[in-house]
Write a protein that binds this ligand. Structure first.
Ligand code: HEM
Ligand code: HEM
Length: 168
């Protein structure tokens, strides 16, 4: 019964989900540690191209997911839990958008010669706050995924290709 209720994500949906984890991880690994580093023109250009491509793919992912996929939560999941999942998912999308948009703004400001002052510091503040928030949301998201793994309700299997639930 449970496996009937549980919808499987398409290959494209899974590729977006896991591909973004790699892309985001790479972005963090390559992160700019100090504003002064942007004086290196090649780094500034790379960061800008990366952030624009990231934002473009994020919008493509969001449109694809909204148009073609639905959550794998079983139909009998409480309304509260459904809202909580929605808030965390939308929250992660908003943080990823805010990280790339604020990053692009930092680059554009720096390129235009605005290298210090309250405007660029404010945008850096938004960039850093979005990271603080997304780390909290990702921790909640992964905890919820593991919780569903123990519930064995098919949610884990619908997205995760390892440590499969044994559904009968
Ligand atoms: C950077 C880390 C992550 C982000 C930003 C993220 C984001 C998302 C988002 C936005 C969704 C909703 C479907 C979509 O729009 O693609 C989702 C679904 C899901 N994710 Fe993640 N995820 C992350 C890491 C993980 C990890 C590490 C796991 C498991 C170990 C996981 C397990 C799942 C599962 C099981 C679903 C399906 C939930 C449902 O259908 O309601 N995610 N993820
Ligand atoms: C998706 C793209 C990006 C990712 C994943 C990313 C990643 C990060 C991370 C992890 C931090 C540290 C945040 C913290 O300490 O809480 C950071 C800070 C920063 N990033 Fe980005 N970034 C991106 C785009 C950009 C772009 C396009 C620029 C500018 C061209 C930029 C400039 C900066 C600056 C100036 C800081 C602050 C350094 C400081 O504390 O002085 N980022 N970024």
């Amino acid at each position: 019964m449970e496996s009937e209720q549980t919808q499987k994500y398409s290959f494209v949906a899974k590729a977006f989900h896991w591909g973004f984890i790699l892309l985001f991880g790479y972005g963090i690994f390559k992160q700019v540690d100090e504003l002064e580093q942007l004086a290196d023109q090649a780094l500034l250009e790379f960061e800008l191209v990366f952030a624009i491509a990231f934002l473009f793919l994020l919008v493509a992912r969001f449109i694809y997911m909204k148009r073609t996929q639905t959550s794998s939560l079983p139909a009998n999941t409480s309304k509260l839990q459904q809202y909580a999942a929605k808030i965390v998912h939308y929250g992660m999308y908003m943080c990823l958008a805010s990280i790339s948009i604020s990053g692009i703004l930092i680059g554009v400001l720096y390129w235009s010669g605005i290298k210090s002052g309250s405007i660029i510091n404010g945008v850096i503040g938004v960039h850093e706050f979005s990271f603080t928030l997304i780390y909290v949301l990702i921790a909640i998201h992964i905890s919820a995924a593991i919780y569903h793994r123990f519930l064995c309700d098919g949610v884990w299997n619908s997205m995760v290709p390892f440590w499969k639930e044994k559904l009968d």
